[in-house]
Design a protein around this ligand. Structure first.
Ligand code: SF4
Length: 200
C-alpha cells in the first residue's frame, strides 16, 4: 500500500494545510495548462519558523517579495490546495508545482539533503523503502531541484533589475549556488514536499 494512501485515509496528505510555493515557471506552466489565472495568491508565511532557512540562505531572498509575501497556490476550502480533488491532484505531474514534484525529497540550493520524516515510514512493507514505495526517482528529483532554483534565481534577477532600490527581506543577496512522485491524491494519495509546516 502506498504511504500516501494511508495519509489520505487520515486526511493528512501533503496537499492539505500547506502553502505551495509557485515559481514563475510553475505559474506559467499551470496557466497554460488550465487556461486560468486565479489559482494563486500572495500570502505571508504564517509561521515564523518558515523564515529560518539557515541551511539554504538564499531561499528567503528568492521567494519573498518586498512585503514578506510569497506566491502560493490558493486554498480551495480552508487549508486545502486549490487543485486537490476527490480523485487527487487536478494537474498532470509535469505541470505540478516543482515543490510538489520534489516532495518528500528535502533540498537546498546546492543539493538534495535527504528525505522528509513526515511520511509514515513505519507503515512501509519490509521490502520497500520510502523512495520505492512512492515510485520516486532521485535523478529526476535532482533535475526538479535544479530547475526550481534556476527559475527562482531568474525571477529574482528580473525583480532586482526592475526595482534596484527596493529593500528585500532575506539573509543573503548572493546567487550561489520540485520528481519524483507526485502528489497524487486524497484517494490514491501522495504529495508534496519537505520540511515541517509550512512547506516552502
Ligand atoms: S500535488 Fe497538486 S493538489 Fe497537491 S499540493 Fe501540489 S498542486 Fe496541490
Amino acid at each position: 500500500m502506498r504511504l500516501c494512501a494511508i495519509c489520505a485515509q487520515e486526511n493528512k496528505t501533503c496537499c492539505v494545510s500547506r502553502d505551495i510555493l509557485l515559481s514563475a515557471g510553475d505559474l506559467e506552466r499551470i496557466a497554460v495548462h488550465t487556461g486560468a489565472a486565479d489559482f494563486f495568491e500572495l500570502r505571508k508565511p504564517t509561521s515564523p519558523e518558515y523564515l529560518d532557512q539557515d541551511d539554504d540562505p538564499n531561499w528567503n531572498h528568492y521567494t519573498l517579495f518586498a512585503d514578506g509575501s510569497r506566491r502560493v497556490v490558493k486554498h480551495g476550502s480552508p487549508g486545502i490546495c486549490w487543485f486537490l480533488t476527490a480523485r487527487g491532484c487536478l494537474l498532470p505531474e509535469q505541470v505540478r508545482p516543482l515543490v510538489c514534484r520534489l516532495h518528500p525529497v528535502e533540498f537546498t540550493e546546492q543539493m538534495i539533503t535527504g528525505l522528509s520524516r513526515e511520511c509514515p515510514a513505519e507503515h512501509l512493507p519490509e521490502n520497500e523503502t520510502l523512495l520505492t514505495n512512492l515510485e520516486m526517482d532521485l535523478d529526476l528529483a535532482e533535475l526538479c531541484r535544479q530547475q526550481l532554483y534556476a527559475e527562482l534565481r531568474q525571477e529574482t534577477l528580473r525583480r532586482s533589475a526592475k526595482q534596484p532600490d527596493q529593500k528585500r527581506t532575506g539573509k543573503s543577496k548572493e546567487c550561489t549556488g520540485s520528481a519524483g512522485y507526485l502528489p497524487g491524491s486524497m484517494g490514491d494519495a501522495a504529495n508534496c514536499r519537505q520540511r515541517p509546516w509550512p512547506v516552502r
